[in-house]
Design a protein around this ligand. Structure first.
Ligand SMILES: Nc1ncnc2c1ncn2[C@@H]1O[C@H](COP(=O)(O)OP(=O)(O)OP(=O)(O)O)[C@@H](O)[C@H]1O
Ligand SMILES: [Mg+2]
Length: 255
């Protein structure tokens, strides 16, 4: 243990977090006192039935929304009470996003969609930006499709553009909310293989899914119900869980 005097904190750490929506009558506790930490390089699936708070949790982790109360340390920085402008800056620098509906700009080429995060950042300059976007599109298997608009791409291809875009600013974390929700089985497997590659390269992935086969690619399974974490299960170096094992784990957690 020589040298290492200071223990490294978690990449993501939320403590006693609440998100309470007041719409009409009864307040909704979308998150009801959740604590969770994620370390660098983890591949986490957040599971649970509809309305259990998965997207709410992911949106807060991704700095797209703020909690009603609780603490959120991202890479050692408290982000729970930041302004919208500050959150936008943090998102752009540290976080990548992949959504169920791809969220690509229509009438805009694949290449330009991928370049976008650096247009806001302006780190690379015009030429560097183009080179990196070309490289990322090639890496997700879309060489030759650079000038296609989203409408000229299949769903799986659009999601690959979205993944390339998520990687543009080289973020340590990628958040994905039902990334295969709109894809057929073959495209879903391709997307999950891509996530597995990213995970093997050390990128932290936090993914919401309610599909057992998709969740089986992750190495840790967090199961939610009514805004609470019911189960938090790690593979701990063992073999990947099968779809059946994930299904059993979720069933037990929600029993
Ligand atoms: N903007 C909002 N205003 C009011 N209530 C909301 C809002 N967003 C979510 N909720 C409520 O919070 C709870 C959790 O919603 P959330 O979207 O996080 O669920 P989920 O687990 O992602 O569900 P699904 O699997 O259907 O996507 C639900 O009861 C939902 O109705
Ligand atoms: Mg959701």
């Amino acid at each position: 243990m020589s040298g290492e005097t200071k223990a490294r904190g978690h990449l993501i750490e939320i403590r006693d977090m609440y998100k309470i929506y007041a719409v009409g009558g009864e307040p909704v506790h979308a998150l009801d006192g959740v604590s969770l930490s994620v370390d660098e390089g983890e591949f986490v699936a957040i599971m649970g039935s509809s309305g259990s708070g998965k997207s709410t949790m992911l949106n807060i982790l991704g700095c797209l929304d703020v909690p009603t109360k609780g603490s959120y340390l991202l890479d050692g920085i408290e982000v729970a009470a930041r302004s919208r402008a500050e959150l936008a800056r943090i998102r752009n620098r540290k976080l990548g996003f992949v959504f169920q509906n791809f969220n690509l700009l229509p009438r805009t080429s694949a290449l330009e969609n991928v370049e976008l995060p650096d247009l806001y950042m302006g780190r690379l300059g015009r030429r560097g930006r183009r080179e990196r976007a070309m490289m990322l599109l090639e890496r997700v298997g879309l060489k030759g499709r650079e000038s296609h608009t989203p409408a000229q791409l299949s769903g799986g291809q659009q999601q690959r553009v979205a993944i390339a875009r998520a990687l543009m600013n080289n973020p340590p974390v990628v958040f994905a909310d039902e990334p295969t929700g709109n894809l057929d089985t073959k495209s879903s497997i391709e997307i999950m293989n891509l996530f597995t590659e990213l995970s093997n390269e050390g990128i932290t992935i936090v993914m919401v899914t309610h599909e057992d086969d998709i969740a089986s690619y992750a190495k840790r399974h967090v199961v939610m119900r009514d805004g609470k974490v019911m189960r938090d299960d790690r593979d701990d170096g063992g073999a990947r869980k099968t779809q059946d094992e994930v299904a059993r784990l979720v069933k037990e957690a929600l029993a």
